[in-house]
Design a protein around this ligand. Structure first.
Ligand code: HEC
Length: 133
C-alpha cells in the first residue's frame, strides 16, 4: 500500500516537473543592462530607495511600488523625475545631479520591461508557471 502511494506521488512529481519545464518559456532572457542602467541601479542601492519603495511588490511600504510606474499612462518618467530630483515632505531630497536622475529613470525603465509588479491571471499557466510572451 505504502509503495503504491509513493509510486503515485513520484509519478505526479515527474509529470508536474515535465510540465513546468515544458511551459517555462523558450529561454528568453533580458539582455545585460547597459552602463547607465547599472549606474542607476547603484544609486538605487546607495540611496536605499528599496527601504521605502517596492520593486515586484518587495521592499518598504512607505512609498508606492515603482516597478511599472514608467509605463503607467497617468504617471511616467517626467512625473517621476520631479519626485526623484526634489523629494517631497515625506520623501528625502537626495541632491542627485540631472545625470544621476536620468540613470535612476533608465534603471526603472529597464525594471519596467522585465515584468509586472502584479501578475495577471492570464499570464499564469494552470500549473503555476509564469508565461513569458
Ligand atoms: C524615506 C523613504 C523614502 C526613500 C528612501 C525614497 N522614497 Fe521615494 N517616495 C517616498 C514617499 C513617502 C513617496 C510619496 C511622496 C508623497 O506623496 O509625498 C515617494 C514618492 C516617490 C516617487 C513618486 C511616486 C508617486 O506617485 O508618489 C518616485 C518616482 C520615487 N519616490 C522614487 C524614489 C527613488 C528613485 C528613491 C531613491 C533614490 C526614493 N524614492 C527613495 C519615500 C521614499
Amino acid at each position: 500500500m505504502i509503495t503504491k502511494i509513493w509510486s503515485a506521488l513520484f509519478i505526479v512529481f515527474a509529470v508536474y516537473t515535465a510540465m513546468v519545464y515544458e511551459y517555462s518559456g523558450s529561454g528568453q532572457h533580458l539582455s545585460p543592462p547597459p552602463a547607465n542602467v547599472r549606474q542607476g541601479w547603484d544609486i538605487w542601492q546607495q540611496k536605499n530607495c528599496h527601504t521605502c519603495h517596492q520593486l515586484y511588490g518587495l521592499g518598504g511600504y512607505m512609498g508606492p511600488d515603482l516597478t511599472n510606474m514608467i509605463s503607467d499612462p497617468g504617471k511616467g518618467p517626467e512625473y517621476m523625475r520631479i519626485f526623484i530630483k526634489y523629494g517631497t515632505t515625506r520623501m528625502p531630497d537626495f541632491h542627485l545631479s540631472d545625470k544621476e536622475v536620468n540613470d535612476v529613470l533608465a534603471f526603472l525603465k529597464w525594471v519596467d520591461k522585465s515584468g509586472k509588479s502584479r501578475v495577471d491571471s492570464k499570464s499564469v499557466h494552470w500549473t503555476g508557471t509564469y508565461l513569458l510572451k
